[in-house]
Design a protein around this ligand. Structure first.
Ligand SMILES: [Zn+2]
Length: 108
């Protein structure tokens, strides 16, 4: 089943089949079917978002906010990983230096 975005419902009855609104700032989904005697079937974005929420789907704004937060956390994680690898390298160098000191001490 293919659904299409339309800014405005142009075919009769030019309204959302669920709430009967004729305008929605976020547009409508044209389900590509007619239902006699109603006419062409559209679902407004408001109803579609409410239905999606019942299935655990996020509204577009919420999804964008979460995607941005995820990108920030990912960047923080990558920086922490880089710092950990750098600290790990320093520990290895310190261990080698300590082994050299012990080796010299044992010789004397
Ligand atoms: Zn509606």
């Amino acid at each position: 089943m293919d659904f299409f975005f339309v800014a405005d419902p142009l075919m009769s009855p030019t309204a959302c089949v669920l709430c009967m609104r004729h305008q929605d700032p976020a547009g409508f989904v044209d389900v590509g079917r007619d239902l006699h005697p109603h006419g062409h079937l559209y679902v407004c974005a408001t109803c579609a978002v409410q239905m999606g929420a019942r299935f655990g789907m996020l509204a577009a704004d919420d999804a964008a906010t979460l995607a941005e937060a995820l990108a920030e956390r990912t960047a923080e994680l990558m920086e922490a990983k880089r710092q950990l690898e750098s600290a790990s390298d320093r520990v290895l160098v310190s261990r080698r230096g300590l082994e050299d000191i012990v080796r010299e001490a044992v010789k004397t």
